[in-house]
Design a protein around this ligand. Structure first.
Ligand SMILES: Nc1ncnc2c1ncn2[C@@H]1O[C@H](COP(=O)(O)OP(=O)(O)O)[C@@H](O)[C@H]1O
Ligand code: SF4
Ligand SMILES: [Mg+2]
Length: 357
């Protein structure tokens, strides 16, 4: 298939981000680890898109590839990440840019990162610098991307800290990260992410380290701000309860691929992919207290260096069809409008696996 690189038709108007067949590999002494092995994902403008899947399936790497922050020895070896630039501010004058073509150290990606696309991490100390005050760090982001004066930037930092529920924002701007509690640090990081009103906020398990009450408060707040600012959120989590609370759509990942992409209602009431079904039975649902009805997914996620031929889920799948599922990779098929599934139960269309390194 040929793709119209950089042409306006390369990306649908309603999607702020379109990831196509993205491959991010790690080249190590142990071999090649295919962290992303053909991720395809469309993120509608203004939506909250959940990304779920077991640990190691490539959720963080999808985010880091989009930000062009893949750590060595990893690199993007194939695919495209189309970002619709300037949609929020310039209306129809928006342009589509393939982020994989940018120099990862260059000016273009630097101006996008933190300004148009911001990311918040599971562990706040990953993005908060321990040697600078919280106020300075928010101001730095605002000064870099918005061209405000120092006084205006400080005022804005205080305002945004108040907005994320800091009890005393005037004091917090003068504090260092280590002086704050875990929940307050998380709020400071969210404030930093929001300070430039990004078009896309990528939140990578932002509340996993928090207690349930603080988590609920932060999720409410993010949803509120999302509606207010109209930004798009990509919400990475392994918690389906959080997905139910936060998201409009969801992508389910398995071994470096999106295996199902659908609306939140269809995820819970009409899941199609065997992995999605197994995942739903294996993790606690919203409001469920007892763990005894949970059914763990049979088998384990294969070693990332092992090459699984065929459908990546076939060694664990109860519906596996020998001679088909263990030979080719199922193609992403639309089973209904806005509902994509990669499974031979729905279409015999397959793809040959790409194994060049
Ligand atoms: N430094 C590394 N060296 C080799 N492989 C890596 C490295 N970092 C990540 N990976 C690979 O990327 C895969 C996906 O990781 P990640 O995106 O962090 O998973 P998730 O966020 O879904 O838990 C891992 O299973 C691993 O195979
Ligand atoms: S393609 Fe085959 S092995 Fe893979 S999920 Fe579907 S039925 Fe199971
Ligand atoms: Mg992760």
């Amino acid at each position: 298939m040929t793709r119209p690189q950089g042409s306006p038709r390369a990306q649908a108007d309603g999607n702020v981000l379109e990831i196509r067949d993205l491959r991010t590999y790690f080249y190590t002494d142990l071999g090649i680890s295919r962290a992303l092995n053909g991720v395809t994902l469309s993120v509608p403008t203004g939506s909250v898109m959940g990304v779920v899947g077991e640990s190691g399936c490539g959720k963080s790497m999808t985010a880091l590839s989009t930000m062009r922050l893949v750590p060595k020895p990893g690199r993007i070896v194939g695919g495209e990440i189309y970002f619709r630039r300037g949609q929020a501010t310039k209306g129809s004058a928006s342009t589509s840019i393939d982020l994989t073509t940018l120099d990862p150290m260059g000016d273009d990606i630097r101006s996008i990162r933190g300004g148009e696309i911001a990311m918040i991490f599971q562990e706040p100390m990953t993005s908060l610098n321990p040697s600078y005050t919280v106020g300075n760090q928010i101001m730095e982001a605002v000064l870099l991307h918005q061209g405000l004066s120092r006084d205006q930037a400080q005022e804005r930092a205080v305002r945004i800290l108040g907005r994320v529920g800091m009890p005393n924002p005037e004091r917090t701007v003068t504090q260092y990260p280590h002086e704050l509690s875990g929940g307050m640090r998380q709020r400071a990081m969210i404030a930093m992410g929001l300070s430039c009103t990004p078009d896309i906020l990528i939140a990578d398990e932002p509340t996993t380290a928090l207690d349930v009450t603080t988590e609920a408060e932060i999720l409410d707040l993010m949803r509120e701000l999302q509606a207010e600012i109209g930004m798009t959120i990509i919400f990475i989590t392994h918690n389906l309860g959080v997905v139910a609370q936060m998201c409009d759509r969801v992508a389910v990942m398995y071994l470096g691929r999106v295996v199902e992409e659908t609306s939140i209602d269809d995820l819970f009431y009409n899941p199609q992919h065997p992995y999605t079904k197994a995942l739903l039975q294996s993790i606690p649902r919203v409001g469920s207290r007892s763990r005894d009805r949970l059914k763990p997914i049979r088998g384990v996620v294969p070693d990332p260096y092992a090459e699984v031929v065929g459908c990546p889920f076939h060694p664990r799948c109860d519906a596996m069809m020998a001679g088909l599922c263990d030979v080719r990779v199922p193609a992403l098929t639309q089973v209904a409008e806005g509902h994509g599934v990669r499974c031979f139960l729905y279409s015999e269309e397959g793809e040959d696996d790409v194994h060049e390194g």
